[in-house]
Design a protein around this ligand. Structure first.
Ligand SMILES: [Zn+2]
Length: 205
């Protein structure tokens, strides 16, 4: 934990994880990047309309029996609504994303893209394409925009950024590929049953 101040409003901020690269101020919404010399404001702000969810930033709990902490989230808007991606860290394991879409959850972990992908434009729903040695049946393809975020993230995705994405299945796995301005993220996941996601009760003293 490292204590810093928001470069826009001066509010105190505690950087919670060594891998944090981007933070959103709880008070003014300024999105700042972690640099070697401190926090660098981006001039963009991220405020979210809070909607009912069992998760929140700083929540702790267990996902399939493994203890987690919610570090932050991003909200994506697409043609038929929006989804939230909660960024979770685990003790002694890689972080991951819990995607919440209309009350259902899917847990994804980032994987290495070991081979080139077809161009986004060439990917068709209903076709099967190779993604990093897996054959993926494409179920959905679209464009989304990040409309807000909160908390702390281990990489930089700025509010307003647009992404192209496609989703598919490979055996029992769900596959999601997001093409953002600077990178391609390849995520492999599984649906999470409600009883597999246990959020700790808040402690009141
Ligand atoms: Zn601030």
């Amino acid at each position: 934990m490292k204590n810093m101040n928001c470069p826009a409003c001066g509010a105190p901020m505690s950087i919670k994880h060594q891998f944090v690269k981007m933070v959103t101020c709880d008070f003014c919404g300024q999105v700042s990047l972690m640099t070697d010399s401190g926090l660098d404001p981006t001039g963009r702000t991220a405020k979210l309309v809070q909607l009912p969810s069992k998760l929140y930033v700083d929540a702790t709990g267990k996902l399939k029996g493994k203890a987690f902490r919610v570090m932050g989230r991003l909200r994506y808007q697409y043609e038929s609504g929006f989804w939230d991606e909660w960024f979770l860290t685990f003790d002694g394991d890689k972080p991951g994303w819990l995607v919440e879409d209309e009350g259902s959850f899917t847990f994804y972990m980032k994987q290495a893209l070991t081979s080139a992908l077809p161009a986004f434009e060439a990917v068709a729903v209903g076709s099967t394409i190779p993604v990093a040695n897996q054959q993926v049946f494409i179920t959905e393809k679209g464009r989304a925009q990040i409309i807000g975020g909160e908390g702390q993230l281990a990489f930089t995705v700025l509010p307003g950024e647009r992404v192209n994405y496609f989703n598919g299945t490979s055996g029992n796995n769900l596959v999601s590929v997001e093409f953002s301005e600077d990178e391609i993220d390849y995520l492999v996941g599984r649906p999470i049953q409600h009883e597999e996601l246990v959020v700790d009760e808040e402690n009141y003293y």
